[in-house]
Design a protein around this ligand. Structure first.
Ligand code: ADP
Length: 635
């Protein structure tokens, strides 16, 4: 029989497994039992509508058999089974190798990184090779006549041939390795004590019985025949408790058990930052066990990510990822919902249950919001962790759908701030606003230091008003979408009316404006095509110039859009050159203008415009000409 080769990527992973880079080899059993349970889920689902199967819920089971003498450990299930082509495609290649990140990692040489990625998908069937050097899988698929056998000794490939199996299901037969000279112990996997402990530790909640023959001893009653006083005998036992963790009372479950369940079921190395249980009774009854992860899954911000909660009904898993159970903006939530109130015999689409699912979703949404708010109030550090991982998600969700969900999500927002706390919610901001403060001030830019040094920020700081510092590209869109919070409008530090002025100040300002009207016109003419206006600034204190924008698009937004379009400016703002009337520069300009020293005046204008660009972190059009200009003025 021709030997088939593993796909290249599978070979490399197999190598890693054989050389067992994972220190915790015990997990192979969890992986194989979990596969068995998934396979039973599938057949259990079919059996709901296919009576010809003659199987009822209680017939499903997983068996673990130990043949110590031949060093064989077998995991069997009466699940859906695999046909020949499935054996080939499921076991000959790593199922997840289609995903992009996986491919990227495979191309690199870093084994540890690759293992991390595999770890995020679950280690899977190949983990069998951590403890076994010869694996046989015999499987008969539902509705197929023949069984098939897949066999491999590791990296030199595998064979597939027809085989015998009475009923539908799968046996995974592991020839357990000998203890190695390096001290790796494998004999223990042939001890019923070790195996049953591992099942209880990792697979207790599996909802089908995991049965094993266990050795017991009893007092020998017929001692006359010369036997020992104690004799051993084998008895079949169901090792796992079969109660899914979400069906148990919260007070009977340790947080550690929840954490373990989360990590195993949803492939995370880290425990969740919050666990929420729901036990709803009434019009619709359900139990839910929900987790808020502490970090975004590797594919979270990609199209490949699929949101959803696992949906069970009467002990049968109906859907792996039921998207209707969780709103888009909380797509990071993981968990399980179990309800008897959705009937399953029609289809997986379950359109007829929309109303029930919506009720559950709304309730879950509220619970998650409450939990996030509780963490935000009581445990800032944990909230920060959440925020690091999912701020982008919440912010984009505020902007999405024309702000349909903005009111629900606004309380979750946090921004860097000039307040000593460094990091604030909008409520904290509005709660501590000064008596004479009308607006919520914000400034946008690359980083905190840069922003707080912007010329236009000074006058707000002088008043000791707090400023929200927006460093995330989407922040300004969020602010624009919110428009206001707690009846206070947001105000950009760029805005002319950000600070109220007295009548005297107004008068003085108007006077300067009218006196310098011709000068401003002259400058505007000179900068034709570069700025849309030149004005006497109301917003500057000690600095001489700055650029602001007119209209809804800020300079920061323009930079953001340009970055998105790889440097090609998508749309540009109407820029305004502002000149501080109280600055020496202003006097210098006025003087040259009055004396008709136009050559020099033109140079000053170029110089000022360049400075304004630099402060706004916009590129100079011609840096070397600019440098020449400065030198010519220094002469
Ligand atoms: P995963 O279970 O994460 O998809 P695995 O490498 O563990 O990855 O398994 C690959 C595929 O092989 C599974 O998705 C499943 O289709 C199939 N498979 C594995 N074990 C069994 C089994 N006991 N019965 C039926 N199918 C199985």
């Amino acid at each position: 029989m021709a030997k088939k080769q593993f796909k290249t990527e599978s070979k490399r992973i197999l190598d890693l497994m054989i050389n067992s880079i994972y220190t915790n080899k015990d997990i192979f059993l969890r992986e194989l039992i979990s596969n068995a349970s998934d396979a039973i889920d599938k057949l259990a689902f079919i059996s709901l509508t296919d009576d010809s199967l003659g199987l009822s819920r209680s017939d499903f089971e997983i068996r673990v058999d130990i043949d110590k003498e031949n060093r064989i450990l077998t995991i069997s299930d009466n699940g859906i089974g695999m046909d020949r082509s499935e054996l080939e495609s499921n076991l000959g290649t790593i199922a997840k190798s289609g995903t992009k990140q996986f491919k990227d990692e495979l191309e690199k040489d870093d084994d540890q990184k690759l293992l991390d990625v595999i770890g995020q998908f679950g280690v899977g069937f190949y983990s069998a090779f951590m403890v076994s050097d010869h694996v046989i899988v015999i499987s008969k698929k539902y509705n197929e006549e023949h069984a098939n056998q897949w066999e491999s000794f590791g990296n030199d490939g595998y064979t597939i041939k027809e085989a015998e199996r009475d009923s539908v299901g799968t046996d995974v037969i592991l020839h357990i390795r000998s203890n190695s000279e390096e001290g790796d112990e494998f004999d223990k996997y042939l001890e019923d004590y070790t195996i049953s402990s591992l099942i209880r530790k990792y697979s207790d909640y599996i909802r089908y019985p995991i049965k094993m023959m266990m050795e017991h001893s009893r007092k020998n009653e017929n001692k006359e025949d010369g036997g020992d006083e104690w004799e051993t005998y084998l008895e079949e036992e169901t090792v796992n408790s079969m109660v899914p963790i979400w069906q148990r009372n919260k007070k009977d479950v340790d947080q550690e058990e929840y954490d373990e369940f989360y990590k195993n079921k949803f492939f995370d190395f880290e425990k969740p930052i919050a666990t929420v249980t729901v036990n709803a009774e009434g019009l619709i009854s359900y139990k839910a066990l929900l987790f808020i992860p502490g970090r975004a899954p590797y594919d979270y911000y990609t199209r490949e990510y699929e949101k959803g909660l696992q949906l069970y009904s009467n002990g049968v898993m109906i859907m792996e990822k039921c998207a209707d159970l969780i709103p888009d903006y909380y797509s990071f939530v993981k968990g399980v919902v179990d309800t008897p109130d959705v009937s399953l015999n029609i289809s997986r689409e379950m359109l007829q249950h929309t109303r029930q699912l919506t009720t559950i979703r709304n309730n879950i949404e509220k619970r998650i919001t409450n939990e996030l708010q509780r963490i935000q109030e009581e445990d800032r550090e944990t909230y920060k962790k959440f925020w690091d991982a999912f701020a982008t998600q919440i912010k984009y969700s505020i902007v999405d759908n024309y702000g349909a969900n903005k009111d629900k999500l606004a309380d979750l927002l946090m921004f860097a701030t000039t307040h000593e706390s460094g990091f604030a919610t909008l409520k904290e901001y509005t709660d501590r606003m000064k008596d004479d403060q009308k607006y919520i001030y914000y400034a946008a830019g690359e980083n905190f230091d840069r922003i707080t040094k912007l010329p236009q920020v000074e006058r707000i700081m002088d008043k000791e008003y707090e400023i929200l510092v927006l460093t995330d590209e989407v922040d300004e869109f969020v602010i624009k979408m919110l428009d206001q919070f707690n009846e206070h409008s947001f105000k950009s530090v760029d805005d002319e009316d950000a600070i109220e002025t007295t009548e005297d100040e107004k008068e003085k300002f108007e006077k300067t404006v009218s006196e310098s009207e011709d000068l401003m016109k002259y400058i505007k003419n000179k900068l034709e095509g570069k700025v849309s206006d030149v004005r006497v600034s109301k917003i500057l204190r000690s600095h001489s110039v700055c650029l602001t924008s007119e209209g809804p698009v800020s300079i920061e937004m323009e930079k953001y859009m340009a970055k998105r379009n790889s440097g090609v400016p998508g749309f540009s703002t109407e820029k305004v050159l502002e000149i501080n009337p109280d600055s020496d520069v202003f006097s210098a300009l006025s003087e040259r203008f009055a004396n008709e020293e136009y050559d020099l005046l033109d140079k000053y204008i170029e110089l000022l415009y360049g400075q304004a660009l630099l402060i706004a972190e916009l590129p100079l059009e011609d840096p070397s000409a600019y440098s020449d200009l400065i030198c010519s003025l220094m002469k």
